[in-house]
Design a protein around this ligand. Structure first.
Ligand SMILES: Cc1cc2nc3c(=O)[nH]c(=O)nc-3n(C[C@H](O)[C@H](O)[C@H](O)COP(=O)(O)OP(=O)(O)OC[C@H]3O[C@@H](n4cnc5c(N)ncnc54)[C@H](O)[C@@H]3O)c2cc1C
Length: 307
Protein backbone atom coordinates (compact mmCIF):
# COMPACT_ATOMS: atom_id res chain seq x y z
CA UNK A 1 0.00 0.00 0.00
CA UNK A 2 1.51 3.33 -1.08
CA UNK A 3 0.78 6.49 0.88
CA UNK A 4 0.22 8.30 -2.40
CA UNK A 5 0.20 7.52 -6.10
CA UNK A 6 0.97 10.51 -8.29
CA UNK A 7 -0.31 10.26 -11.85
CA UNK A 8 1.77 12.41 -14.21
CA UNK A 9 5.44 13.41 -14.03
CA UNK A 10 5.30 16.97 -15.37
CA UNK A 11 6.21 19.98 -13.18
CA UNK A 12 3.14 19.49 -10.93
CA UNK A 13 3.54 15.74 -10.37
CA UNK A 14 7.31 15.80 -9.87
CA UNK A 15 7.19 18.75 -7.48
CA UNK A 16 4.58 16.92 -5.39
CA UNK A 17 6.61 13.70 -5.52
CA UNK A 18 9.73 15.52 -4.33
CA UNK A 19 7.93 16.99 -1.31
CA UNK A 20 6.19 13.68 -0.52
CA UNK A 21 9.54 11.88 -0.63
CA UNK A 22 11.01 14.52 1.68
CA UNK A 23 8.09 13.86 4.07
CA UNK A 24 9.21 10.20 3.88
CA UNK A 25 5.90 9.15 2.36
CA UNK A 26 5.82 5.93 0.32
CA UNK A 27 5.11 7.47 -3.08
CA UNK A 28 4.83 6.02 -6.57
CA UNK A 29 4.80 8.38 -9.54
CA UNK A 30 3.69 7.42 -13.03
CA UNK A 31 5.61 8.91 -15.91
CA UNK A 32 4.01 8.44 -19.29
CA UNK A 33 4.68 10.00 -22.67
CA UNK A 34 5.43 13.62 -23.15
CA UNK A 35 4.61 16.68 -21.08
CA UNK A 36 2.47 19.44 -22.54
CA UNK A 37 5.41 21.63 -23.50
CA UNK A 38 7.65 19.04 -25.17
CA UNK A 39 7.88 21.27 -28.28
CA UNK A 40 9.00 24.38 -26.38
CA UNK A 41 12.65 25.32 -26.91
CA UNK A 42 12.87 26.68 -23.38
CA UNK A 43 10.70 27.37 -20.35
CA UNK A 44 10.35 31.11 -19.87
CA UNK A 45 9.72 32.84 -16.55
CA UNK A 46 10.62 29.93 -14.23
CA UNK A 47 12.64 31.81 -11.63
CA UNK A 48 16.20 30.51 -11.46
CA UNK A 49 15.61 28.25 -14.47
CA UNK A 50 14.49 30.77 -17.11
CA UNK A 51 15.12 29.27 -20.58
CA UNK A 52 15.83 25.72 -19.40
CA UNK A 53 14.63 23.07 -21.85
CA UNK A 54 11.49 21.20 -20.68
CA UNK A 55 13.33 17.86 -21.01
CA UNK A 56 16.21 19.11 -18.84
CA UNK A 57 13.91 20.49 -16.12
CA UNK A 58 11.97 17.22 -15.91
CA UNK A 59 15.11 15.05 -16.00
CA UNK A 60 16.52 17.06 -13.09
CA UNK A 61 13.17 16.74 -11.31
CA UNK A 62 13.10 12.96 -11.73
CA UNK A 63 16.66 12.72 -10.37
CA UNK A 64 15.73 14.85 -7.36
CA UNK A 65 12.69 12.66 -6.63
CA UNK A 66 14.56 9.36 -6.89
CA UNK A 67 17.56 10.64 -4.92
CA UNK A 68 15.14 11.30 -2.04
CA UNK A 69 13.78 7.76 -2.23
CA UNK A 70 10.73 8.43 -4.43
CA UNK A 71 9.79 5.77 -6.95
CA UNK A 72 9.02 6.71 -10.56
CA UNK A 73 7.88 4.17 -13.12
CA UNK A 74 7.04 4.43 -16.80
CA UNK A 75 3.42 3.50 -17.32
CA UNK A 76 0.04 4.76 -18.41
CA UNK A 77 -2.62 4.75 -15.72
CA UNK A 78 -5.74 3.48 -17.42
CA UNK A 79 -8.15 3.23 -14.50
CA UNK A 80 -8.47 4.16 -10.83
CA UNK A 81 -10.99 2.42 -8.58
CA UNK A 82 -12.16 3.61 -5.19
CA UNK A 83 -12.18 0.49 -2.99
CA UNK A 84 -13.20 2.07 0.29
CA UNK A 85 -12.70 5.04 2.50
CA UNK A 86 -9.40 6.47 1.25
CA UNK A 87 -8.28 3.26 -0.43
CA UNK A 88 -7.70 3.34 -4.17
CA UNK A 89 -6.57 0.78 -6.76
CA UNK A 90 -4.62 2.07 -9.76
CA UNK A 91 -4.40 0.07 -13.01
CA UNK A 92 -1.38 0.76 -15.23
CA UNK A 93 0.44 -0.70 -18.20
CA UNK A 94 3.43 0.26 -20.32
CA UNK A 95 2.15 -1.03 -23.64
CA UNK A 96 4.28 -4.21 -23.48
CA UNK A 97 3.18 -5.72 -20.21
CA UNK A 98 -0.25 -6.71 -18.98
CA UNK A 99 -1.96 -4.20 -16.77
CA UNK A 100 -0.66 -4.19 -13.19
CA UNK A 101 -2.42 -2.87 -10.11
CA UNK A 102 -1.12 -0.71 -7.28
CA UNK A 103 -2.95 0.37 -4.11
CA UNK A 104 -2.70 3.71 -2.35
CA UNK A 105 -4.29 5.74 0.41
CA UNK A 106 -4.20 8.99 -1.57
CA UNK A 107 -4.20 9.87 -5.26
CA UNK A 108 -2.75 12.99 -6.85
CA UNK A 109 -3.91 13.70 -10.41
CA UNK A 110 -1.29 15.80 -12.23
CA UNK A 111 -2.12 14.67 -15.74
CA UNK A 112 -2.12 18.05 -17.51
CA UNK A 113 -3.80 19.30 -20.67
CA UNK A 114 -3.23 18.90 -24.38
CA UNK A 115 -3.50 21.88 -26.75
CA UNK A 116 -5.72 21.80 -29.81
CA UNK A 117 -3.16 22.74 -32.46
CA UNK A 118 -3.50 24.11 -36.01
CA UNK A 119 -3.98 21.42 -38.62
CA UNK A 120 -1.76 22.79 -41.38
CA UNK A 121 1.51 21.70 -43.04
CA UNK A 122 4.54 23.31 -41.42
CA UNK A 123 3.04 23.71 -37.96
CA UNK A 124 5.41 21.24 -36.24
CA UNK A 125 8.41 22.81 -38.01
CA UNK A 126 7.97 26.08 -36.11
CA UNK A 127 6.01 25.13 -32.96
CA UNK A 128 7.73 26.15 -29.74
CA UNK A 129 10.15 28.62 -31.39
CA UNK A 130 8.07 30.98 -33.56
CA UNK A 131 4.60 29.41 -33.26
CA UNK A 132 3.09 29.63 -29.78
CA UNK A 133 -0.16 29.38 -27.85
CA UNK A 134 0.73 31.22 -24.62
CA UNK A 135 1.35 35.00 -24.58
CA UNK A 136 2.42 34.80 -20.90
CA UNK A 137 5.16 32.33 -21.89
CA UNK A 138 6.38 33.78 -25.19
CA UNK A 139 4.99 37.33 -25.58
CA UNK A 140 8.21 38.96 -24.36
CA UNK A 141 10.20 37.23 -27.11
CA UNK A 142 7.93 38.95 -29.69
CA UNK A 143 8.47 42.58 -28.72
CA UNK A 144 7.77 44.81 -31.78
CA UNK A 145 7.53 41.76 -34.04
CA UNK A 146 4.82 41.05 -36.66
CA UNK A 147 2.42 38.61 -35.02
CA UNK A 148 -0.40 36.65 -36.62
CA UNK A 149 -3.14 35.38 -34.30
CA UNK A 150 -5.20 32.31 -35.21
CA UNK A 151 -8.51 31.55 -33.56
CA UNK A 152 -12.19 32.17 -33.84
CA UNK A 153 -14.86 34.00 -31.91
CA UNK A 154 -14.86 36.68 -29.26
CA UNK A 155 -12.35 34.90 -27.00
CA UNK A 156 -9.69 35.37 -29.68
CA UNK A 157 -10.34 39.13 -29.71
CA UNK A 158 -9.28 39.33 -26.05
CA UNK A 159 -6.31 37.09 -26.83
CA UNK A 160 -5.18 39.41 -29.68
CA UNK A 161 -5.68 42.58 -27.59
CA UNK A 162 -3.56 41.03 -24.83
CA UNK A 163 -0.67 40.76 -27.30
CA UNK A 164 -0.68 44.59 -27.62
CA UNK A 165 1.42 44.43 -24.41
CA UNK A 166 4.36 43.47 -26.64
CA UNK A 167 3.65 44.70 -30.17
CA UNK A 168 1.24 46.78 -32.24
CA UNK A 169 1.89 44.76 -35.43
CA UNK A 170 -0.89 42.20 -35.05
CA UNK A 171 -3.11 40.54 -37.68
CA UNK A 172 -5.98 38.25 -36.72
CA UNK A 173 -6.74 35.25 -38.93
CA UNK A 174 -10.41 34.33 -38.67
CA UNK A 175 -10.36 30.99 -40.50
CA UNK A 176 -14.01 30.06 -40.19
CA UNK A 177 -15.07 33.51 -41.44
CA UNK A 178 -18.07 33.42 -39.10
CA UNK A 179 -16.73 33.58 -35.58
CA UNK A 180 -16.48 37.37 -35.22
CA UNK A 181 -19.37 39.75 -34.54
CA UNK A 182 -19.53 43.31 -35.87
CA UNK A 183 -18.64 44.52 -32.35
CA UNK A 184 -15.58 42.24 -32.31
CA UNK A 185 -14.41 43.64 -35.65
CA UNK A 186 -14.98 47.23 -34.48
CA UNK A 187 -12.94 46.58 -31.33
CA UNK A 188 -10.05 45.15 -33.34
CA UNK A 189 -10.22 48.02 -35.85
CA UNK A 190 -10.00 50.52 -32.98
CA UNK A 191 -6.56 49.07 -32.19
CA UNK A 192 -5.48 48.80 -35.85
CA UNK A 193 -5.66 45.00 -35.85
CA UNK A 194 -6.68 43.85 -39.35
CA UNK A 195 -8.75 40.68 -39.77
CA UNK A 196 -8.00 38.15 -42.53
CA UNK A 197 -11.06 35.96 -43.30
CA UNK A 198 -8.89 33.39 -45.06
CA UNK A 199 -7.96 29.76 -44.43
CA UNK A 200 -4.35 28.69 -43.98
CA UNK A 201 -2.75 26.39 -46.55
CA UNK A 202 0.71 26.11 -44.95
CA UNK A 203 3.35 27.79 -42.80
CA UNK A 204 6.62 28.72 -44.45
CA UNK A 205 10.01 29.91 -43.19
CA UNK A 206 13.56 29.00 -42.17
CA UNK A 207 13.30 25.34 -41.16
CA UNK A 208 16.79 25.16 -39.64
CA UNK A 209 16.17 28.08 -37.31
CA UNK A 210 12.49 27.09 -36.86
CA UNK A 211 11.71 30.70 -37.77
CA UNK A 212 8.32 31.34 -39.35
CA UNK A 213 8.48 33.89 -42.22
CA UNK A 214 5.04 33.81 -43.85
CA UNK A 215 1.61 32.24 -43.78
CA UNK A 216 0.32 30.90 -47.10
CA UNK A 217 -3.44 31.00 -47.65
CA UNK A 218 -5.58 28.68 -49.74
CA UNK A 219 -6.66 31.56 -52.02
CA UNK A 220 -3.01 32.09 -53.09
CA UNK A 221 -2.46 35.14 -50.87
CA UNK A 222 0.19 35.24 -48.10
CA UNK A 223 1.04 37.18 -44.92
CA UNK A 224 4.61 38.01 -43.90
CA UNK A 225 5.06 37.58 -40.14
CA UNK A 226 7.61 36.74 -37.43
CA UNK A 227 5.41 34.67 -35.13
CA UNK A 228 2.03 32.97 -34.95
CA UNK A 229 0.00 32.64 -31.75
CA UNK A 230 -2.97 30.26 -31.82
CA UNK A 231 -5.94 30.12 -29.49
CA UNK A 232 -7.84 26.93 -30.30
CA UNK A 233 -8.56 25.48 -26.86
CA UNK A 234 -7.33 22.55 -24.76
CA UNK A 235 -8.46 19.08 -23.67
CA UNK A 236 -7.54 17.12 -20.54
CA UNK A 237 -4.73 14.63 -21.24
CA UNK A 238 -6.64 11.91 -19.35
CA UNK A 239 -10.17 11.11 -18.21
CA UNK A 240 -9.17 9.67 -14.83
CA UNK A 241 -10.85 12.56 -12.98
CA UNK A 242 -14.11 11.72 -14.78
CA UNK A 243 -13.82 8.02 -13.84
CA UNK A 244 -13.37 9.03 -10.21
CA UNK A 245 -16.35 11.40 -10.35
CA UNK A 246 -14.41 14.58 -9.55
CA UNK A 247 -16.52 17.73 -9.81
CA UNK A 248 -15.54 20.27 -12.46
CA UNK A 249 -15.15 24.01 -11.94
CA UNK A 250 -18.28 25.71 -13.25
CA UNK A 251 -16.43 28.59 -14.90
CA UNK A 252 -13.58 26.87 -16.72
CA UNK A 253 -14.56 23.16 -16.79
CA UNK A 254 -11.27 22.06 -15.21
CA UNK A 255 -11.02 19.89 -12.07
CA UNK A 256 -12.39 21.71 -9.03
CA UNK A 257 -10.16 21.68 -5.91
CA UNK A 258 -10.53 23.19 -2.44
CA UNK A 259 -7.83 25.25 -0.74
CA UNK A 260 -5.96 22.06 0.22
CA UNK A 261 -6.07 20.95 -3.46
CA UNK A 262 -8.41 18.08 -2.60
CA UNK A 263 -11.01 17.38 -5.29
CA UNK A 264 -14.67 16.71 -4.50
CA UNK A 265 -13.67 13.03 -4.00
CA UNK A 266 -12.14 12.45 -0.56
CA UNK A 267 -8.52 11.35 -0.80
CA UNK A 268 -8.11 12.47 -4.42
CA UNK A 269 -6.04 15.62 -4.97
CA UNK A 270 -5.22 17.50 -8.18
CA UNK A 271 -2.54 19.98 -9.26
CA UNK A 272 -1.18 21.70 -12.34
CA UNK A 273 -2.86 22.52 -15.62
CA UNK A 274 -5.90 20.28 -15.01
CA UNK A 275 -6.99 22.61 -12.21
CA UNK A 276 -8.16 26.24 -12.57
CA UNK A 277 -5.29 28.74 -12.55
CA UNK A 278 -2.65 30.21 -14.84
CA UNK A 279 -1.19 27.43 -16.97
CA UNK A 280 2.51 27.92 -16.31
CA UNK A 281 5.22 25.45 -15.35
CA UNK A 282 6.15 27.44 -12.24
CA UNK A 283 2.48 27.58 -11.13
CA UNK A 284 2.08 23.82 -11.72
CA UNK A 285 5.20 23.13 -9.64
CA UNK A 286 3.92 25.33 -6.80
CA UNK A 287 0.51 23.63 -6.87
CA UNK A 288 2.20 20.22 -6.74
CA UNK A 289 4.14 21.30 -3.65
CA UNK A 290 0.94 22.59 -2.01
CA UNK A 291 -0.89 19.35 -2.76
CA UNK A 292 1.96 17.35 -1.21
CA UNK A 293 1.88 19.43 1.99
CA UNK A 294 -1.84 18.77 2.41
CA UNK A 295 -1.62 15.09 1.43
CA UNK A 296 1.11 14.59 4.04
CA UNK A 297 -0.96 16.44 6.62
CA UNK A 298 -4.03 14.29 5.87
CA UNK A 299 -1.97 11.14 6.53
CA UNK A 300 -0.75 12.24 9.98
CA UNK A 301 -2.66 10.31 12.67
CA UNK A 302 -5.01 12.51 14.70
CA UNK A 303 -3.21 11.70 17.99
CA UNK A 304 -0.07 13.39 16.61
CA UNK A 305 -1.95 16.62 15.91
CA UNK A 306 -2.52 19.45 18.38
CA UNK A 307 -6.12 19.76 19.61
C1 LIG B 1 4.62 24.88 -26.44
C2 LIG B 1 4.46 25.23 -24.97
C3 LIG B 1 5.30 26.17 -24.40
C4 LIG B 1 5.18 26.50 -23.05
N1 LIG B 1 6.04 27.41 -22.53
C5 LIG B 1 5.98 27.70 -21.23
C6 LIG B 1 6.89 28.66 -20.67
O1 LIG B 1 7.71 29.24 -21.37
N2 LIG B 1 6.79 28.93 -19.35
C7 LIG B 1 5.87 28.29 -18.54
O2 LIG B 1 5.86 28.55 -17.33
N3 LIG B 1 4.99 27.41 -19.04
C8 LIG B 1 5.02 27.10 -20.36
N4 LIG B 1 4.11 26.23 -20.88
C9 LIG B 1 3.07 25.67 -20.02
C10 LIG B 1 3.62 24.51 -19.18
O3 LIG B 1 4.23 23.58 -20.04
C11 LIG B 1 2.50 23.84 -18.42
O4 LIG B 1 1.83 24.80 -17.62
C12 LIG B 1 3.05 22.72 -17.52
O5 LIG B 1 3.70 21.74 -18.29
C13 LIG B 1 1.93 22.08 -16.71
O6 LIG B 1 2.48 21.09 -15.91
P1 LIG B 1 1.60 19.83 -15.45
O7 LIG B 1 2.51 19.04 -14.59
O8 LIG B 1 0.31 20.29 -14.91
O9 LIG B 1 1.23 19.06 -16.81
P2 LIG B 1 2.19 18.40 -17.92
O10 LIG B 1 3.49 19.11 -18.02
O11 LIG B 1 1.37 18.30 -19.15
O12 LIG B 1 2.48 16.96 -17.35
C14 LIG B 1 1.46 16.00 -17.22
C15 LIG B 1 2.06 14.62 -17.39
O13 LIG B 1 1.08 13.63 -17.05
C16 LIG B 1 1.18 12.57 -17.96
N5 LIG B 1 -0.05 11.80 -18.00
C17 LIG B 1 -1.26 12.18 -18.47
N6 LIG B 1 -2.14 11.18 -18.37
C18 LIG B 1 -1.48 10.13 -17.80
C19 LIG B 1 -1.85 8.80 -17.45
N7 LIG B 1 -3.10 8.35 -17.65
N8 LIG B 1 -0.92 7.99 -16.89
C20 LIG B 1 0.35 8.42 -16.68
N9 LIG B 1 0.75 9.68 -17.00
C21 LIG B 1 -0.15 10.52 -17.57
C22 LIG B 1 1.46 13.28 -19.29
O14 LIG B 1 1.96 12.39 -20.24
C23 LIG B 1 2.46 14.34 -18.85
O15 LIG B 1 3.77 13.87 -18.90
C24 LIG B 1 4.18 25.89 -22.24
C25 LIG B 1 3.31 24.95 -22.81
C26 LIG B 1 3.45 24.62 -24.17
C27 LIG B 1 2.49 23.63 -24.78
Amino acid sequence: MYDCIVVGAGPAGLSASLFLARYRRRTLTFHHNSPRNEYAHGIHGFLGHHGISPAELLARGRDEVTSHGGLIIEGCVTRIERLGNRHFRVYAGDGNQDTRTFDARRILLATGLRDVTPDCPGFRDFYGVSVHHCPDCDGYECIDKRIAVLGSGTKTVGFALNLLTWTTKITLINEDNAGLSADDRAKLAAFDIPVRDQSIKALDGDLKAKQLRRILFNDGDSLECDALFFNLGTNPASTLHEMLGCKLDEDCGLVWVDRTRQTSVEGVYAAGDITPNSQLAVVAAAEGAMAAIHIHDSLIPSERKPK
